[in-house]
Design a protein around this ligand. Structure first.
Ligand SMILES: [Zn+2]
Length: 363
């Protein structure tokens, strides 16, 4: 049995966004071409996607919004927002993206596979309850988390969003919910403008939204160091049943829509860090879903770096990478975050030991 499964389908190419749109079918074509390389063929199980039911989409979206997206199937092109274009094939692709991810969550949840990566489009994390935004139609990760809770009966879901843009839609959908921990690391200030340290959730959900806004220019070792210091203790306290990852590849150093400096090693490190957390908390259960990533030349190799980790072909040494981080950048981010979240999390009530750039410090 393959340890790692993927979701892929040619119908994702039928979501057409017009010429010169960054979220183009070529993105997923590049990823699927990578999967056809001789060294990749046969390494992963394939999970067949299905069309999500309307009731499943309504777990997070409003009926009026679902109707609005469904109506796009009868027209050549519809602008759902200034930057979110739907073609006649988009509604089917969007339902298939949700359904593919739900299949992956179901199969990983039941132990058929250790982990999975849904290589789907359109992306989802900017989509709000009642509107499209930022190239996103339905919020794939949010529907999957709601489905894991309400249909599969899981008690708690951790969503980690490493796309370079803040996942405003996912945050808003779960901001009052203490059963979904939304943890986002992103460039800030940047599109869509949300995701500051002080956005921590509302009501019963207070403390269950964790934002790590980073200034431009953070690289592999800083991402690894920050995540490695903060997420394992918080996850151990939260005790998720599954980890869903909004995996965007736009923090890559060559991406046209971001200003971060991640390389293949950084994506491998983020993946390994999450695998270690999942092994400790939830029998290794991780399901990733593709969000952004707009450099067609590198997106295939970025996804490969993640799949190589997920399947155990490579094993990134996260702490070694984290040790070479800029102490100044790491210290600032962790201190701000810990100061905000110390009141909600017992694990942050005692000092965190950080080691980077050969210096040790406590926060
Ligand atoms: Zn993005």
């Amino acid at each position: 049995m393959s340890k790692t499964a993927i979701v892929r389908d040619h119908r994702f190419l039928e979501h057409r966004t017009g010429s010169d749109h960054p979220e183009s079918p070529q993105r997923i074509e590049a990823i699927y071409n990578m999967l056809e390389r001789p060294e990749m063929v046969g390494r992963f199980a394939t999970i067949e996607p299905r069309l999500a039911d309307k009731a499943e989409i309504l777990l997070v979206h409003s009926p009026a919004y679902l109707k609005k997206v469904a109506a796009t199937a009868t027209r050549a092109y519809t602008a759902l927002s200034p930057d979110t274009i739907a073609s006649s094939g988009s509604y089917e692709a969007a339902r298939l993206a949700v359904g593919g991810l739900l299949q992956a969550v179901t199969k990983v949840g039941s132990g058929c596979y250790a982990n999975a990566f849904a290589l789907v489009r359109p992306p989802g994390h900017h989509a709000e309850v009642n509107r499209a935004m930022g190239y996103c139609l339905f919020n794939n990760a949010a529907v999957a988390a709601a489905y894991a809770r309400k249909v599969l009966g899981m008690a708690r879901v951790l969503i980690l969003d490493w796309d370079v843009h803040h996942g405003n839609g996912t945050q808003h959908i779960f901001e009052m919910d203490n059963s979904v921990l939304f943890f986002s690391i992103h460039q800030y200030p940047h599109y869509p403008g949300t995701g500051s340290f002080t956005e921590t959730g509302l009501g019963r959900g207070e403390g269950f939204t964790v934002n790590l806004p980073l200034a431009r220019g953070y690289g592999d070792s800083e991402y690894a160091s920050i995540l490695h210091a903060l997420l394992p203790p918080m996850a151990a306290e939260f005790k998720p049943d599954i980890i869903i990852v909004s995996a965007g590849f736009d923090p890559h150093e060559k991406d046209p829509l971001g200003n971060m400096r991640l390389s293949l090693a950084g994506f491998a490190a983020l993946t390994r860090c999450l695998m270690e957390i999942a092994d400790a908390c939830c029998d290794g259960r991780i399901v990733m879903v593709l969000e952004g990533g707009y450099d067609i030349r590198t997106i295939g190799d970025n996804v490969k770096a993640v799949l190589d980790e997920l399947s155990g072909k490579t094993k990134c040494r996260v702490s070694e990478l984290a040790d070479s981080a800029s102490a100044k950048k790491v210290h600032y981010t962790l201190k701000r975050s810990v100061n905000v979240h110390r009141r909600y999390w017992k694990c942050l009530s005692h000092p965190l030991d950080i080691c980077c750039a050969n210096k040790r410090f406590q926060i």
